[in-house]
Design a protein around this ligand. Structure first.
Ligand code: HEC
Ligand code: HEC
Ligand code: HEC
Ligand code: HEC
Length: 386
């Protein structure tokens, strides 16, 4: 079986207009991809509502798999989606129900005023009873609740066998068993697949045995022959959109921020050795990596592979992408204007400067501080006051 806890179609609570075309293309891709792969149930997560509930209801017609949500209602107490599905796997009757997290920011969701969300715990208790009464032998909750709320639901609604959540970075403490429920959460963004084997415990009590694995989707895993080309086509389409957008954007003006960036070459006037050293590092070529990938105008990538600042229009533009390509001196040391004011006391949170970009899912590098010689080589004996 294949179950998803939600937040599939979009990645944020509300989508700014400039990201809408890209988001729609990605959403179409996900619909087609999931239709191809097949899915037993997809819970409606908070982010799935970021273009409004009507958008999702329209989208439902294109889906060849069910959307579920037990606790999402309209203002008249009617559910928008079916609360659960009853299906069968290996001769076992399986009930899958969905819960959305209750604290939605209704004002940020288009037509958010139409929505009402009921308490997950209470709703779960009722639905589990109904599922059991309808013959479900195994009950799954698919949800975008965080780990703490999932615990609460497991406590207040006995009879859940499995909770599949979608929550960032809490695999470390997972999975665990609580009040009979096996609780597991997956990272967002399709970086990992959860693989769970369930079997009857041999003790004859009718209880279940679980064997859980998280499978990271590494680039070395070959693409699906059908979905792979779909992904490529969509990325090419998005790249075209972004290229046009970048070409038409007026250069971002940093003076409005009250701070100004100089670029590595300018720093190099007084720190020539550092500049020379920097040119030898992968950081100085990080933007070329994106060019090779044809992702050089994608804001999801340039934020770490170039120095991007937002002051006025918040759009990427050609001039600044050229000037601030790669991981710049100022990506680590902060804006040069601050340096000028403080006469060399550039503020840097040395402990955190690397992990901002070297997140665990992106980079296997550790021991950052031991690498400083490598990424910002000394000696710099030639720094001189103008
Ligand atoms: C006009 C010359 C000049 C320019 C341009 C310049 N610096 Fe400096 N920088 C200095 C001098 C002088 C010092 C003090 C050197 C010393 O004390 O050995 C310094 C010190 C530093 C230090 C050490 C800070 C500290 O806390 O002592 C850092 C980091 C630094 N500069 C980064 C940069 C960066 C990044 C840029 C480009 C945005 C830059 N500098 C541009 C002259 C300059
Ligand atoms: C603004 C984002 C950003 C910051 C901040 C950053 N890095 Fe990087 N780093 C990158 C990117 C992007 C690459 C990959 C460059 C490429 O090859 O395209 C990289 C590559 C590297 C590499 C080379 C890896 C290799 O395979 O050769 C090392 C080492 C490294 N970073 C260390 C550090 C350290 C240490 C810090 C903190 C002092 C740091 N980085 C801060 C984005 C960043
Ligand atoms: C959160 C920051 C971040 C974002 C966002 C990001 N990257 Fe990176 N990227 C890195 C870091 C850090 C490395 C270096 C990894 C290492 O060697 O440890 C890297 C390395 C790479 C590499 C391998 C470089 C090499 O030759 O070894 C490629 C390719 C790449 N990124 C492409 C992308 C693309 C495409 C996107 C957008 C979809 C993207 N990155 C978004 C931080 C980021
Ligand atoms: C990937 C992050 C990163 C990049 C890029 C980077 N640096 Fe550094 N730099 C550091 C770190 C970390 C240190 C060590 C700071 C410390 O120990 O407090 C350092 C040290 C320095 C120092 C000496 C500071 C001191 O206290 O003595 C200077 C000057 C400097 N960098 C200038 C530059 C210049 C100029 C560039 C660009 C050509 C550059 N750095 C690029 C991270 C970076």
């Amino acid at each position: 079986m294949f179950v998803n806890g939600g937040n599939l179609f979009f990645k944020r609570e509300s989508i700014p207009p400039k990201l809408k075309p890209k988001s729609l293309l990605l959403c179409d891709l996900l619909v087609e991809g999931y239709n191809q792969i097949g899915c037993d149930a997809l819970n409606v997560g908070a982010y799935d509502l970021s273009l409004g509930v009507d958008f999702l209801l329209d989208l439902e017609y294109k889906l060849r798999f069910p959307l579920i949500s037990a606790n999402l209602y309209d203002r008249h107490g009617r559910r928008y989606f079916r609360p659960y599905v009853l299906t069968e796997a290996a001769g076992v009757k399986v009930g899958i129900f969905g819960l959305i997290r209750p604290k939605l920011k209704f004002s940020r969701i288009p037509q958010g005023y139409k929505l009402a969300v009921r308490s997950p715990g209470q709703e779960a208790a009722e639905i589990v009873k109904e599922l059991r009464a309808n013959g479900a032998e195994f009950v799954i909750l698919a949800t975008d609740l965080n780990e703490r709320s999932s615990r609460r639901v497991a406590r207040s609604a006995p009879g859940i066998d499995l909770i599949v959540g979608t929550s960032r970075r809490n695999q470390i403490s997972l999975p665990f068993k609580l009040n009979g429920a096996f609780v597991t959460h997956l990272d967002r963004g399709g970086k990992t697949i959860g693989h769970l084997e369930v079997s009857r415990a041999p003790d004859g009590t009718g209880s279940w045995k679980f064997h859980n694995r998280f499978v990271p989707l590494k680039v070395s895993i070959p693409d699906d022959p059908v979905v792979g080309p779909l992904v490529k086509a969509t990325l090419a389409e998005i790249a075209k959109l972004q290229k046009a957008d970048v070409a038409s954007a007026a250069p971002e003006d940093d003076s409005a921020c009250g701070k100004a960036y100089l670029g590595a070459e300018a720093c190099g006037k007084c720190h020539p050795d550092r500049l020379k050293g920097w040119h030898k590092t992968a950081h100085s070529r990080a933007y070329e990596t994106l060019v090779k990938d044809k992702r050089q105008f994608d804001e999801d990538c340039v934020v770490c592979h170039a120095l991007v600042f937002e002051c006025n229009n918040g759009r990427l533009d050609r001039e600044n992408l050229r000037k601030f390509a790669g991981v710049q001196c100022e990506s680590c040391h902060g804006p040069g204007s601050v340096h000028a004011e403080t006469r060399g006391q550039a503020a840097m949170d040395t402990g955190r400067v690397c992990t901002r970009c070297h997140t665990p899912e992106r980079s296997e590098i550790d021991n950052f501080m031991a690498r400083i010689q490598q990424i910002c080589p000394t000696p710099d004996t030639s720094a001189s006051r103008p």
